[in-house]
Design a protein around this ligand. Structure first.
Ligand code: ADP
Ligand code: MG
Length: 317
């Protein structure tokens, strides 16, 4: 089996296409017709074996997660994912592995109506690199640098679950049903497509939480030249993190990545309107703090005391 046969049987044959894809898989480059009135968003994420996933995982899951983490980046910019290319490195030709991988890959793409438009196929240590493209109305990309002092900080859902699953990969085993709930969080993150219109209407800055709320919110702080103050009791922590981390649950959840929830800021005078919109949808989003002119990350407890938080998160180096 040479690489062209792999591309044809596992990728090209099942790729969906739209009229915007003037040229897809098979030429030296893909050619896309960007709808007028939109800007192009481009993002790349690599998933490396035994860093971002275990080589022993079902290849369906590896493919699924690789797509979702990339989709999440486009959504965090307020955009709509549209096209992607796949640079796949595999140790050797393994038909059943490739069949599972491509099944997960194409099912994940179909869920978002994303076209696979190209890639690269090489032999080497297992890794998956995806470059995704999305579109956003011109001038409406939501950046990290748009927050202002006093802006409300929102979190789109519970955090810490995926990190708790990672913690259990190499330590004592929890209850079987707890582990499966947590593994679902780690392996099947759900990009928050349901929040795109709220982001588009209200967000002044946004980020998806891949490295941990502390580290990722700190990116908004630094880009916006501000600080943040979190209501520590308002941060939604996954119940199983509370169960297994006890008193450490908050710091564990702040430093835990891989949840792919969104953290975004909005102008404080829009609180009422946003709460109404969230209620009407209905969408759960948690107001967890506010931006401040003073740099750094702080947390306010229910008794009103304020303490500095260290913006820890996952770092490769
Ligand atoms: P080139 O020799 O021009 O670099 P390649 O031999 O790498 O082209 O790839 C041939 C075609 O197949 C290209 O259009 C490329 O984008 C596409 N392709 C390669 N690998 C993949 C893959 N894993 N998934 C989808 N398309 C791929
Ligand atoms: Mg090539």
């Amino acid at each position: 089996m040479n690489e062209f046969a792999i591309i044809n049987s596992f990728f090209k044959s099942q790729a969906i296409s739209t009229k915007e894809v003037l040229l897809g898989i098979g030429d030296d480059a893909a050619c896309l017709d960007i709808p007028s009135g939109y800007h192009l968003l481009v993002s790349t994420d690599t998933l490396v074996s035994d860093v971002h996933f275990l080589a022993s995982w079902d290849a369906y899951i590896i493919a699924w997660k690789s797509i979702m983490v990339n989709v999440s980046d486009i959504i965090a910019m307020g955009g709509e994912p549209r096209w992607l290319s796949l640079a796949l490195t595999i140790p050797s030709y393994n038909e059943s592995w490739l069949a599972r991988f491509s099944q997960g890959f194409h099912e994940a793409l179909a869920q978002y109506n994303i076209c696979l438009i190209g890639g690269d196929t090489t032999a080497g240590p297992l890794s998956v690199t995806i470059t995704i493209q999305g579109i956003v109305p011109k001038g409406r990309a939501i950046q990290r640098n748009g927050a202002s002092p006093g802006d409300r900080i929102w979190l789109s859902g519970e955090i810490g679950g995926a990190a708790q699953a990672v913690a259990f990969l190499n330590s004592s085993t929890p209850k079987e049903e707890d582990l499966s709930v947590l593994m679902q969080k780690l392996q099947f993150p759900v990009p928050r497509r349901d929040l795109i219109s709220v982001l588009q209407r209200y967000a002044t800055a946004a980020i998806d939480i891949s490295d941990g709320l502390g580290a990722d919110l700190n990116h908004i702080c630094q880009a916006s030249n501000l600080g943040a103050n979190l209501f520590l009791d308002a941060i939604p922590i996954h119940p199983l993190v509370k169960k297994y981390q006890l008193k450490e649950a908050l710091s564990f959840a702040l430093a835990g990545g891989d949840d792919y929830e969104l953290c975004f800021t909005t102008s404080a005078n829009q609180d009422g309107e946003i709460l109404n919109v969230l209620k009407a949808e209905p969408l759960a989003c948690f107001p967890i703090g506010f931006m401040e002119a003073k740099p750094g990350l702080r947390g306010t407890s229910s008794d009103g005391s304020v303490r500095e938080l260290i913006p820890q998160g996952y770092s490769h180096f």
